[in-house]
Design a protein around this ligand. Structure first.
Ligand SMILES: Nc1ncnc2c1ncn2[C@@H]1O[C@H](COP(=O)(O)OP(=O)(O)O)[C@@H](O)[C@H]1O
Ligand SMILES: Nc1ccn([C@@H]2O[C@H](COP(=O)(O)OP(=O)(O)O)[C@@H](O)[C@H]2O)c(=O)n1
Length: 264
């Protein structure tokens, strides 16, 4: 057993001769308790790791999102008709305020463009028809992008999610896959008359190279928006998370309003 310096200095010879020092005993018991606690913790963490490994088959990626993340991701959904200016504003906001911009449409187009993508056909057929791509595809792309940005150098935790959720299926898939690991703080709703949207989209079509920026598909996208996306915006309006943005104004005016909202 170790001897403490206070005992040794005051009565070293007597304590050594008796082989007992109360302070040393105290230290010994303290370190024994600490060792037992340490071993217990090690045991718990290794059995937890095994559980995780077992879970990997069913629930593999959930652990990646949660791993040592202190609090839920902060999310703002950005909704509104095609051409309302969602992408334009998100781009500005991410440059100036540090929110990451994730566009559901951009992620789908990027997946479609991959040479080896098995999803290219299904994504393409839906986008070309102005319909909603199956929700599990879109949510998976979003979830992967969020994880990637969180694991990157910046440890990104604030996301502007542009063009999502656009249907009941989108909401259900989000709740299943991301759920309470993200806190949807606000829903920005860009309101803009249809004739303005049409002229913006036709203007954009001159340079966008998008297969869906043609008048026929634009009309179909408006129908999809009214039938599937508007009910989702109304749902969020009821729970008080919607901030309506009058989008038929200059880019600067729209930007200032949103900047004030996100800066609150
Ligand atoms: N406030 C605005 N006023 C005029 N044109 C705009 C405005 N905001 C965006 N645009 C233009 O309208 C088109 C559609 O904008 P975009 O941001 O791509 O919309 P969304 O992402 O909602 O489809 C783009 O060509 C963009 O440059
Ligand atoms: N949540 C989403 C977002 C986009 N999409 C598809 O991607 C297309 C383009 O969406 P986008 O957000 O890039 O473009 P805008 O319609 O807002 O201009 C949509 O018309 C849908 O076909 C989807 O299926 N689900």
């Amino acid at each position: 057993m170790a001897h403490c310096s206070s005992c040794s200095s005051s009565s070293s010879s007597s304590s050594q001769s008796r082989g007992f020092c109360p302070f040393s005993l105290f230290l010994f018991i303290g370190s024994a308790i600490a060792s037992v606690r340490y071993l217990k913790r090690r045991e718990q963490s290794s059995s937890r790791k095994l559980d995780d490994d077992d879970d990997d088959d069913d629930d593999d990626d959930d652990d990646d999102v949660e791993e040592d993340r202190p609090s839920p991701f902060r999310v703002v959904f950005v909704l509104g008709g095609p051409g309302a200016g969602k992408g334009t504003q998100c781009q500005l906001l991410s440059e100036n305020l540090g929110w990451a911009h994730l566009s559901a449409g951009d992620l789908l187009r990027a997946e479609r463009a991959k040479a080896d993508s098995k999803l290219a056909d299904v994504i393409n057929s839906n986008i070309s028809a102005g319909r909603i791509v199956p929700s599990e595809i879109t949510v998976e792309l979003l979830r992967n992008a969020m994880e990637e940005m969180y694991s990157g150098e910046n440890r990104q935790t604030k996301f502007l999610i542009d063009g999502f959720p656009r249907s009941e299926g989108n909401v259900i898939a989000w709740n299943e896959v991301v759920g309470n690991r993200a806190n949807v703080e606000t829903v920005l709703f860009f309101e803009c008359p249809e004739d303005v949207l049409t002229s913006r989209l036709l203007e954009r079509s001159k340079t966008s190279g998008r297969v869906d920026d043609t008048i026929d598909v634009i009309r179909k996208r408006f129908d999809t928006y009214k039938e599937e996306s508007m009910p989702i915006i109304e749902m969020y309006e009821k729970d008080g998370r919607v901030k309506k943005i009058i989008a038929d104004r200059s880019m600067e005016e729209v930007y200032k309003e949103i900047e004030a909202i996100l800066g609150e």
